[in-house]
Design a protein around this ligand. Structure first.
Ligand SMILES: *Cc1c(COP(=O)(O)O)cnc(C)c1O
Length: 486
């Protein structure tokens, strides 16, 4: 096959009947050999037939088409695509950890339990909560755990509450989790300044509201300045406050969450604590709760008595298990490595640098792109395509054009309340040089949108795949390779 070709065929297209990756020498064990030579042949299972080197080259070529945070800037807002320091990987790959088995008895697993326990304690210190579980596998699953805890709490109190208040800025997982927990959702709009107003929350609070789910900083990258008033109002009406902690990267070492009056909050280790992220996982979504909700935490719980660590596999009021064993242990190891290698003195610098980077971009691009909310932002900033639309250039065109400059686009068209949103989260990992490069490319695109809008409308030109027909892809889902190539 031609090696430098940009379009990479499927293995099935490369297949040639009769090719094999390797041949085995004749085995002296009769039975074994009979099986190999017997009925179970390739034709039965219709797999591609290729030599080993062809398979290796196929996957190696594909790997060079992948874009990741190890390749370049990845300003995907809300996702906190920060660099994963390689020391995290080194530690997670240590034999004693990589081969530790979840069915080891407590005695053999003391080291692994110590890791879980230590991470629990550190996350409690960082957030100010008294109790935590590391079991959920992602933020969304932690939300579900939080919602189930909310349900269990009110059932225990024999209070009938059916509704969860969700701001219009919320991530889609918030209402989805509420619905999975059998609650209705009530949407509440953010104010003109882009934050939730306490006076509006007051109007919505009834005895039917079980909880308010709030994201802080919110998905506009703005700090919820009325948070203390809001949590008080919710509590005065007997409700709980759930904080979506996906944006914790803006608050590390700067402020604690529990004292804001938050009852439960999830953390996305794969965002804030620099563990691998993307392609569907694995992740980890610890859930922090306060004292009164701790009896409902999922099992197993990891505790320490003297110098011994143990698992609690049954509690009277637990909502049950969120998954097998102790969650994504390898991710927990990476997060602990990240926190310990930063140390107390550096953890605050992470958030400070993330906030400065986002504001730097906001200030440099605010004359080129429409800035719908002008307040100082936290760790991400939101622009729109309002100026570019005058020349028929949309957010999608801008995002696709960035690909031609080798830059991953920001999050687009989210949050939903901002028309044509471009949500930029540079994270603390980008140098000033990289930020300046990103800014200069964005400025160039803004200028091109005026003088040469077709350049943006026809982007990308440089990528192996140009624009895909997304509508068709959704409407006519094709999952078998035969249909794709025919
Ligand atoms: C990422 C994100 C979630 C969901 O977290 P996952 O770990 O992807 O399940 C929820 N809310 C916000 C604001 C997010 O950015």
């Amino acid at each position: 096959m031609i090696t430098a070709k940009l379009q990479e065929p499927l293995l099935s297209e490369l297949s040639q009947a009769g090719k094999q990756a390797y041949t085995l020498r004749k085995s002296s064990i009769k039975e074994y050999h009979k099986n190999l030579d017997g009925k179970f042949t390739r034709t039965d299972v219709d797999l591609p037939e290729l030599s080993e080197v062809e398979v290796v080259r196929h996957f190696t070529r594909l790997s060079t088409k992948n874009y990741g945070v190890d390749t370049g800037m990845y300003p995907l807002g809300s996702c906190t695509m920060k660099y994963n320091p390689k020391i995290n990987e080194d530690i997670a790959a240590k034999e004693g950890l990589a081969y530790s088995h979840p069915l080891f008895g407590e005695e053999q697993a003391q080291g692994s339990l110590e890791i879980i326990y230590t991470l629990q304690e550190l996350l409690k210190t960082i957030t100010g909560f008294s109790h935590i579980t590391l079991n959920p596998m992602a933020g969304a699953q932690a939300e579900l755990a939080g919602i189930l805890i909310t349900r269990a709490y009110f059932e225990d109190k024999k209070e009938k509450r059916h509704t969860i208040l969700v701001p219009d800025l919320a991530h889609g997982t918030n209402p989805a989790s509420a619905a999975l927990g059998n609650f209705k959702t009530q949407e509440i709009k953010c104010g003109k300044q882009g934050i939730l107003e306490a006076s509006l929350v007051e109007q919505y609070m009834t005895n039917d509201i079980a909880a308010l789910m709030i994201t802080n900083p919110n998905t506009l990258g703005l700090f919820e300045e009325e948070i203390l008033k809001i949590t008080k109002i919710v509590h005065d009406h007997g409700g709980l406050v759930y904080m979506d902690g996906a944006n914790l990267n803006a608050l590390l070492g700067i402020t604690k969450i529990a004292p804001m009056g938050v009852d439960l909050m999830h953390i996305n280790l794969h965002k804030t604590f620099s563990t691998p992220h993307g392609g569907g996982g694995p992740g980890a979504g610890p859930l922090c709760v306060n004292e009164k909700l701790s009896p409902y935490l999922p099992i197993p719980l990891v505790t320490k008595n003297g110098t011994t660590y143990s698992l609690i596999t049954e509690t009277k009021k637990s909502i049950g298990r969120m998954g097998l064993f102790q969650g994504n242990f390898g991710i927990l190891v990476r997060a602990l490595t990240y926190i310990l290698s930063l140390g107390n003195e550096n953890i605050k610098k992470v958030s400070e640098a993330a906030i400065i980077a986002a504001n730097y971009i906001k200030e440099h691009l605010k004359n080129d792109y429409h800035l719908p909310y002008t307040k100082d932002c936290m760790h991400e900033c939101i622009f729109t395509d309002k100026f570019q639309k005058e020349n028929g250039v949309t957010t999608l065109n801008i995002a696709k054009s960035l690909l031609d400059y080798g830059i991953h686009p920001p999050t687009v068209y989210f949050p939903l309340v901002v028309s044509g949103a471009l949500m930029i989260e540079p994270t603390e990992c980008e140098s000033k040089r990289n930020l300046d490069h990103f800014i200069s490319v964005m400025k160039e695109l803004a200028a091109d949108a005026k003088t040469n809008p077709d350049k943006l409308k026809n982007a990308p030109r440089e990528t192996p795949v140009k624009r895909v027909d997304e509508v068709n892809a959704v409407k006519n889902l094709v999952l078998t390779w035969k249909k794709i190539i025919s």
